[in-house]
Structure formats: structure tokens, C-alpha cells
Design a protein around this ligand. Sequence first.
Ligand SMILES: Nc1ncnc2c1ncn2[C@@H]1O[C@H](COP(=O)(O)OP(=O)(O)OP(=O)(O)O)[C@@H](O)[C@H]1O
Length: 249
Amino acid sequence: MKMIITTDRILAVPLPPRPPRVRLTAVDAGYGRRPVLCEVTLDIPALGVTSLTGPNGSGKSTLLGVIAGVIRPTSGTVHHGSGQAPAFVPQRSTAGDMLPLTVRRTVEMGRWHARGPWRRLTSSDHSAVDEALDRLGITHLATRQLGELSGGQRQRALMAQGTAQQSDLLLLDEPCTGLDPEARHGIEHLLADIAAEGTTVVQATHDLTAARAGHHCLLLRDGRLEAAGAPADVLAPALSAGPVHHRTE
Ligand SMILES: Nc1ncnc2c1ncn2[C@@H]1O[C@H](COP(=O)(O)OP(=O)(O)OP(=O)(O)O)[C@@H](O)[C@H]1O
């Protein structure tokens, strides 16, 4: 809502609706011959935090992969409202932890979209990396090897890599898994701040408190979109249906 102040009164003028940042239409996707997503049609609003929730195996990570462009749909369309490549923070895998990478080098990889992997980083790239390390509270870990860190510290390093990309679309797969309550709180505040700065944030989460705190919610079940809309509306039937969601921490 935009406020126009005239000499004697305030007029509230509704802002024109923004087109969605991402629109999926009748998307099917899976792995080889294994179908996972079925006829998924949804919009990701351009502003705020969208939470993607649903039981284990319902297809949240697969959907994030489709939006990120790393999983190609077998049918249907994915339309991005801007030309920027999404920043994608996948679920932490233990394989990558064995790579001989410092935290700083890991975060620098977030600049490869802008610079290419073999080009020297510019001073603005280094500033973006410094800012991301600082926002995630891991500047003091910059010279440590990724494999030496605790699970929560590694998770923050991967999130710093995602934020260093400075995309207008940040996709996160269960970003708070493995974090203690204080760190989880910190990440939730950070995501709210990033969204307030104009970045579209999409996070897959089992955490209903986090999902409720978002602006928009998508509920998946068995690879189909069961509900979409305001978090309170989407989550109420899911809660009354039984404990299909749980914190994994
Ligand atoms: N690389 C893969 N190859 C084959 N099948 C996969 C692969 N990744 C996921 N699947 C299958 O796809 C289905 C959906 O998995 P996905 O990880 O998208 O669900 P999810 O909702 O993110 O689950 P969780 O909450 O447990 O993280 C599951 O049945 C899973 O076994």
C-alpha cells in the first residue's frame, strides 16, 4: 500500500500487483524413470519469504532443484520473472566436506556466476565475500578448512556462499537443519532481513514455526501441490491432519 500525502488528507493507493518471481505450470519432474513431481502449478511471489513444506519424500528438494535449474522437468514450464541466476544452497552433503577448501574459498565460489570460475575476483567480489562472511558470523573461520568445521558452521559457510552470489532469488534447502536454537534464530532473522532488502527467498523446511513466520507457504504431498497461500491458512489443515511435520534437528 502506497501512502500519498496531500495538504489535508492521506490517500491510500493500492500498489499494482507484482508479477511472480517464478511461475511453474504443470511441471512433472523426477530422477530417471522415477517420477516425483506431478502436475505442479504454482507461483513464487516476487517479494518476501516463501516456505516450502511437506512430509519427508514429498518432493521439496526436487522442487527447489527444478526452480534452481539443476533438475530439468520432464514436462511443463518454469518461467523466471528476472534474468538473474538463482542462488541455490542445497541440503548439506557430507561428500563436499572432504574437499580441501577453506571457508573463504567456499564463499568465493558464490561469485563464480558473476565472474566465471577461472577469472580473478574483483574488489567488488571480495567485498561481497567479506559481507557474506560477516552476515553469517563466520569471518573468524575464513581460513579454516571446511572439513574441520562443525555441522552448523559448515551450514553457515554454505549459506554465506549463497548470499555472496547476491542474486534476487535465494533458494535454501532446510537451512536451519543441524543448528542450535540460537543459530537457528539468527538464520531466520537473516532471511527476513534479506527478504526485506528485496530478495525473493524460498526455503524448504520442516520447521512449522519458521514456515508460519514466512509470507507465503507451499505444501507438497506425494509430489503434488496440496495447498498454497498465507502460512496460517495452508498450515492449519496440515496440523489438524496429524504430525506429518517435524523438526529434524
Ligand atoms: N537423486 C535421486 N535419485 C532418485 N530418487 C531420488 C533422488 N533424490 C530424491 N529421490 C526421491 O525423490 C522423492 C522426493 O525426494 P525429495 O528429496 O525431493 O523429498 P523431500 O520432500 O525434500 O524430502 P526430505 O524432507 O526427506 O528432505 C523421494 O522418494 C526420494 O527417494
